[in-house]
Design a binder for this molecule. Structure first.
Ligand code: ATP
Ligand code: MG
Length: 468
């Protein structure tokens, strides 16, 4: 059942539509003037509106405009008299769904209503889907649409607002610190401190006092009472970076904080309570350290309540164009340059590079390229040499192709070999880019049009071919 408004100054026509639409179980409201229709549609969201073109008060185009502005998903069908088709076409340009001409054909009218409501339903679903997607698959400022990152973001949304300890693992530069901050700033603790500690950077003899604080005179150099980082994170989040580097004697003390939420300042007798959320990160294999007795097993399990593994960039290549574009915008803005992106060759190199330093390395590469580029688009020449040489090898040396100018004496089926190679390149490019045709075309350094032409030629275009 839909809610439908009928606006027409001709009473018999309003009544006719009312009877017909109510028979089909719709809720029907009536207006006899344009200004009345606008007023009613300002107050109620209709699924469908029939409006006469010429009416007292305001005309049908104004009704259409007002509804367009307020309820873009509402479908509008114009009612026209013979000889006013021109106005009706005008109305469709302004966004009307369709028009009907008096006198009505009942079957046709019913069909139009059904189609208009179908469209309305689809628009609705789309909006809802988009909303759900953006809620579910993005998190904080994290950039990434690959399946792997979507899984990570979905998990982050679930755990952010709990108190569960989290262990973040992943190679250097995969975004562990960024994720830790995103968790904090998307939790109820956001207004309290986020305190990062790099467990590998503080000298061992100072570590305990850094973490837990000390009282005056507890050791040489302790000239006054001092609060530690754990205490500073009260109410907020403590981020224990490079947790694998924490010395064993401090692991015991940290375990106590995790278990009992209590600690002592160095040299103090008084126990203090702390309410902090703990997020730890490491790029080493903690379980291996546990096996080698370099990391306490009990502490490992305490920290590892929720494990989030950040995938290396080379395993989520579909995120490269997104990240690279975001970084270009950032560095172009910072340096006051008008650079808008990468040309196809440069993007192909970026896609093909291996990134041992992951997102951080990509960010550095983009920053450098922005500095060197003098045009509006980053070209291969502005990329660092090692990235430039990641340019995909020319087709002739693709695996499986004979790397020779010699062919069997019996001859080769030229067309078939070339076709086969073309198909393999198309398939490869689609797979590399998760099916994104624009990016796949860039990888093959083809124009989008020519890429699409080839997909069609080999019957490889999906049903959404026009949508890319
Ligand atoms: N998903 C992402 N979206 C946007 N920027 C990201 C993303 N992941 C990482 N970055 C950026 O990459 C850089 C490195 O990230 P971060 O410092 O969080 O990595 P890390 O895993 O802590 O690395 P390390 O182990 O070397 O400390 C940062 O500048 C961060 O902003
Ligand atoms: Mg880090």
């Amino acid at each position: 059942m839909a809610r439908i408004l009928v606006a027409d100054d001709e009473r018999s026509l309003r009544e006719f539509l009312q009877i017909l639409l109510e028979q089909d179980d719709h809720e029907v409201h009536l207006a006899s003037r344009g200004d009345e229709a606008i007023k009613m549609s300002n107050e109620t969201e209709y699924d469908l509106v029939f409006t006469d073109l010429r009416m007292p008060g305001k005309d049908g185009l104004e009704v259409l405009r007002s509804i367009r502005d307020l309820w873009p998903e509402t479908q509008v069908i114009m009612i026209t008299a013979h000889g006013t088709a021109h106005d009706a076409v005008q109305a469709m340009k302004l966004g009307a769904y369709d028009y009907i001409t008096k006198p009505f054909n009942v079957d046709e009218l019913r069909q139009q209503v059904r189609l208009a409501l179908d469209k309305r339903g689809l628009l609705r679903e789309n909006v809802q889907l988009r909303q759900q997607l953006s809620e579910k698959y993005t998190f904080g400022n994290l950039i990434g649409r690959s399946d792997r990152m979507r899984q990570v973001c979905a998990l982050l949304s679930k755990v952010a607002d709990t108190r569960a300890n989290i262990l973040l693992t992943g190679e250097s530069g995969t975004g562990k610190e960024m994720v830790a901050k995103a968790i904090h700033f998307n939790s109820a603790r956001a207004k309290k401190p986020f305190i990062p500690i790099n467990c590998g950077a503080i000298p061992e003899n100072l570590m305990e006092s850094e973490l837990f604080g000390h009282v005056k005179g507890s050791f040489t150099g302790a000239i006054s009472n001092k609060m530690g980082l754990v205490e500073g994170a009260d109410g907020g989040t403590l981020f224990l970076d490079e947790i694998g580097e924490l010395p064993l004697n401090l692991q015991v003390k940290l375990l106590r904080v995790l278990q009992e939420r209590k600690f002592k300042r160095v040299g103090d007798v008084e126990e203090r309570a702390v309410d902090a959320r703990f997020i730890a990160a490491t790029n080493v294999d903690l379980e291996d350290l546990v096996k080698r007795k370099l990391f306490r097993e009990d502490l490992f399990y305490r920290l590892n309540v929720i494990h989030i593994q950040l995938p290396p960039l080379r395993e989520r290549k579909d995120d490269i164009p997104l990240l690279a574009d975001a970084f270009v915008r950032k560095f172009a803005r910072e340096s006051g340059k008008d650079i808008r992106g990468f040309d196809a060759g440069a993007m192909a190199c970026l896609m093909n590079y291996d990134y041992s330093g992951n997102v951080r390395q990509l960010e550095n590469i983009v920053e450098r390229s922005v500095t060197l580029e003098s045009g509006n688009t980053i070209t291969v020449d502005s990329l660092p040499a090692e990235v430039r040489s990641a340019r995909p090898a020319p087709a002739a040396s693709f695996s499986g192709m004979p790397d020779t100018t010699e062919f069997p004496r019996s001859g080769v089926d030229f067309e078939r070999v070339v076709e086969d190679l073309e198909k393999r390149m198309l398939t490869w490019a689609l797979r590399e880019t998760g099916g994104r045709k624009t990016e796949a075309a860039q990888l093959l350094r083809l124009s989008f049009r020519s890429f699409r032409y080839r997909l069609k030629k080999y019957n490889m275009s999906g049903p959404d071919d026009e949508g890319d």
